[in-house]
Design a protein. Structure first.
Length: 199
């Protein structure tokens, strides 16, 4: 069985370089177009269901996939993005001006950061572990529409890698990462950076 981890399409906040987290901007026109392109990938036609983060940008992405693939979609809070707390809605220069040492730690040792009034990578890992365990038991191919943070943590968890490697994984908006269950373990079977059409 395979989990197709799909990152939501681009939002205006992505375009502006703002921290999103639990902030809830909608998809931009470009982001919706990215998901329509992604829905055409032949591997996704093997999926039997779509599970999505309840945040708006993910739900809108899931709705596009559901319509184009003819699949049911449901929400799961375990797929929500990492909460950046007080950083949400701010640009990196704005964050650097207010939390220079914490931003430096986020760049060098992300596993040690607890965001002001927000979350942390260790706290994000626990729901992702539970989600992967439930998906394994369900035994069917699914599309999980989620966010950059959970996808990175899912890959690290599946491969038994430490959270210190979080920043080594790149996950573009509208891209798909496939985790396949083989011989009792998860295998990173495919990574697609889909073409992003202009807005």
């Amino acid at each position: 069985m395979t989990i197709f981890l799909m990152r939501h399409g681009e939002t205006a906040w992505n375009h502006l370089g703002l921290y999103q987290g639990h902030g809830d901007p909608p998809l931009s026109q470009a982001g919706a177009a990215q998901i329509r392109v992604a829905a055409g990938h032949p591997q996704l036609h093997k999926a039997q269901a779509i599970i999505t983060s309840p945040l708006l940008r993910a739900c809108q992405s899931a709705a596009i996939l559901a319509e184009q693939l003819g699949l049911p979609a449901s929400e799961d809070r375990r797929l929500m993005e990492l909460s950046y707390g007080q950083w949400e809605g701010l640009s990196q220069p704005e964050v650097k001006a207010r939390w220079p040492s914490l931003l430096r730690l986020w760049k060098t040792a992300p596993e040690d950061v607890v965001f002001p009034e927000g979350g942390s990578l260790p706290a994000l890992r626990e729901p992702m572990r539970a989600f992967l365990a439930d998906a394994k038991c369900a035994g069917k191919d699914i599309i999980a529409v989620t966010h950059q943070g959970p996808i990175r943590v899912a890959i690290l968890t599946a491969e038994g890698r430490p959270l210190s490697e979080f920043r080594k994984i790149q996950v573009a908006p509208g891209s798909m990462t496939a985790l396949t269950r083989r011989r009792g373990r998860w295998i990173l079977s495919d990574v697609h950076g889909f073409a992003h059409p202009p807005a």
